[in-house]
Write a protein that binds this ligand. Structure first.
Ligand SMILES: [Ca+2]
Ligand SMILES: [Ca+2]
Length: 245
C-alpha cells in the first residue's frame, strides 16, 4: 500500500467516532510523516506490536480517543507507540518516544470533533474551540486536555486575532518561575520581542502574584495582562495541534 493511501486511512481513523472506526472511504494527504523538531510528542501508554500503520493508528484511536494525536511506527519491527502532543501531568504521559521507535505520524488537518473549527488568515491558522463557560486556569487547562487540546497559544498577533472578539485566558504562564512566561504547548519561553509586543505597557506586573495571562482580541499590539490563575470569570480557548505538510 502506498504511503499516501496509508495517510488517508489514518485520517479516517483519527476523525472517526472512537469505538466505531471506519476504514472504508479514503481521503488522501491528510496525515504527514514529520520530524520531531518543534513538536513534543509524548507517549500515551506502552508500545504494542501491529502489522500495519493503519492498525497501529486504529488501536491508538480506539484506546485513547482524541488524546491519540501521533503514532510512531517502526516499519521493520511493527512496534507501534501511541502518542500525544500534549505535555500533561494528568494523562499519564511519561517519556518522550525516541527515534528508535520508528517514524512519527500525525494529522495535518484540524480534528474537528467536539466542535473544533479551523480558522486561517494570512499566514496564520489554528484549530480551536471556544467554550462558552468561564473557568479558572487549572480547570480550563484540564478541560482542554480532556479534548486532546491545550490552552490557546499565539506567537504572533495575527494568530491572536484569529479568535472571535473577546478576552480570553492564554496558554502562557509564569507559574514555574516568576517572570519567565512559557507556552503551554511546548514549555518554551516567550521571545523577548513578542513579549514586548503582546503585553500592555506596565504589564506584566505580577500584582498580588499573577501568573496567568489574558488577551483581548481586535488590536495589533499590547493586548495582554498577567492575571491571577484563580480568576474564574474569564473565557478560554482550547487548541489542537495542526501539523503542516
Ligand atoms: Ca507572575
Ligand atoms: Ca497584571
Amino acid at each position: 500500500m502506498s504511503q499516501t493511501a496509508l495517510f488517508g486511512l489514518f485520517l479516517v481513523v483519527l476523525t472517526g467516532t472512537p469505538g466505531n472506526i471506519a476504514v472504508g472511504s479514503i481521503q488522501e494527504t491528510t496525515l504527514s510523516k514529520f520530524t520531531r523538531s518543534g513538536y513534543g510528542p509524548e507517549r500515551l501508554g506502552p508500545s504494542y506490536l501491529e502489522n500495519s500503520l493503519t492498525r497501529c493508528a486504529s488501536k491508538c484511536r480506539s484506546k485513547y480517543s482524541s488524546q491519540c494525536q501521533t503514532i510512531m511506527f517502526n516499519w521493520e519491527t511493527g512496534l507501534c507507540t501511541p502518542g500525544s502532543f500534549l505535555r500533561s501531568d494528568t494523562l499519564g504521559a511519561s517519556l518522550a518516544p525516541t527515534s528508535t521507535e520508528g517514524d512519527l505520524f500525525a494529522p495535518s488537518a484540524c480534528d474537528r470533533s467536539n466542535g473544533f473549527q479551523y480558522v486561517t488568515s494570512g499566514s496564520s491558522s489554528a484549530c480551536f474551540l471556544v467554550p462558552t463557560s468561564k473557568m479558572k486556569y487549572s480547570d480550563a487547562r484540564n478541560h482542554c486536555l480532556k479534548l486532546g487540546a491545550h490552552l490557546f497559544v499565539a506567537r504572533s498577533m495575527e494568530k491572536v486575532n484569529l479568535l472571535p472578539h473577546g478576552t480570553y485566558l492564554l496558554g502562557l504562564t509564569d507559574i514555574a518561575q516568576e517572570n519567565v512566561f512559557v507556552w503551554e504547548d511546548n514549555g518554551e519561553a516567550i521571545s523577548a520581542n513578542f513579549r514586548n509586543l503582546l503585553f500592555r505597557l506596565s504589564e506584566p506586573n505580577n500584582s498580588n502574584n499573577e501568573d496567568c495571562v489574558s488577551i483581548s482580541t481586535g488590536l495589533s499590539s499590547h493586548v495582554a495582562n498577567d492575571i491571577s490563575c484563580r480568576h474564574s470569570n474569564i473565557r478560554f480557548v482550547c487548541e489542537r495541534p495542526v501539523i503542516p505538510l
